[in-house]
Design a protein around this ligand. Structure first.
Ligand code: SIN
Length: 310
């Protein structure tokens, strides 16, 4: 076992790094680049029952502190990603599939089909897309989230994960965690999706910078690192039977280390991957190894959840 290798849901990962769903994962070309990169695993674009063109462009913009997007779930339909999952070489690295049905009924159709395919792919159910007009984020409606998980886990009895939005209040951490803890097969929690419905304004043009939703979109990158770490740690503390995947604001090996300290088992990279490309994984791994060496850690499992409080 190398310093960075770890196990998660019975799979072995060469390192804890992967893409955040939405980045470098739309099609076989993108995913091929992740396959040959130094990521430990990767995840497909959040899929819907039918293919979607998504929101009008421009719908992503990098900013000095991160990014804003309102992609609107452009994807090739779940059958496309299921075919890729069938062809995937699982001995090379594990694969996650992200599922984001526009309704409970759609999710049930997709989850049944994925179940029946009986593949080693790990499903991350996206409960937090902020960018589909008229479709609020499910995980901000606790009754809807509970109903979704009850129905999905009844049909799909293998372990799954959930992609969560950021919460900003202790009462909401408590309530969301209590719901997730009702479902033992919800084996992991990915924290966080972008901070939804932010507004970036360009002073010179006196304009918003993306077209959909009058410029409102989810922000990622530097803006979100402390919020991501808080959510990782909040769910790590409240859901001891589950694993947490950290996502948000990662662009250095030190940021990966901070997610591990907060309680993450694996760490996803979004905006920084979009901007730097898949070569980022080699850099992050090297920076993480250097930090582990400097601090005398033998492996990443020693780091997980060791965050001290004052
Ligand atoms: C999108 O396609 O709009 C992004 C997906 C997400 O944030 O869940």
């Amino acid at each position: 076992m190398s310093k960075l290798s770890t196990t998660f849901l019975g799979h072995t990962f060469a390192n804890p790094l992967m893409n955040a769903s939405g980045v470098y994962c739309m099609d076989a070309t993108d995913l091929g680049a992740l396959h040959t990169s130094d990521s430990g695993s990767y995840i497909t674009k959040s899929c819907t029952l039918e293919a979607r063109a998504g929101n009008p462009e421009p719908r992503y913009r990098a900013t000095p502190l991160g990014s804003i997007n309102s992609m609107g779930l452009p994807n090739k339909g779940y059958g496309y990603y299921l075919d890729l999952a069938r062809a995937h070489d699982y001995s090379h690295k594990p694969l996650f599939m992200s599922v984001a049905g526009l309704s409970l009924a759609d999710n049930l159709v997709m989850m049944r089909t994925i179940r029946d395919a009986n593949l080693p792919a790990i499903v991350e159910l996206n409960l937090s897309c902020p960018n589909v007009p008229g479709k609020p984020q499910i995980a901000y409606d606790f009754a809807a989230m509970d109903a979704m998980l009850a129905a999905v886990t009844k049909e799909y009895t293998r372990p799954i994960g959930v992609k969560m939005p950021p919460y900003f209040d202790i009462a909401h951490f408590d309530e969301a965690a209590a719901i997730l803890n009702r479902y033992p097969t919800v084996a992991f929690i990915t924290c966080i999706n972008s901070i939804g419905n932010a507004l970036v304004i360009d002073t010179e043009s006196e304009s918003v910078v993306i077209k959909p939703k009058d410029g409102f979109g989810g922000i990622g990158g530097d803006y979100v690192l402390p919020t991501a770490l808080a959510n990782v740690n909040a769910f790590y503390r409240r859901c001891p039977e589950k694993r947490v995947i950290g996502c948000g604001g990662v662009k250095t090996g030190e940021h990966v280390f901070q997610h591990l300290l907060a309680g993450a088992s694996l760490v996803q990279v979004g905006t920084a991957l979009q901007e730097e490309g898949p070569g980022i994984f080699a850099r992050l791994n090297a920076e993480l190894i250097a930090l582990l060496d400097r601090k005398g850690y033998k492996n990443i499992d020693e780091v997980r959840g060791r965050l001290k409080t004052l």
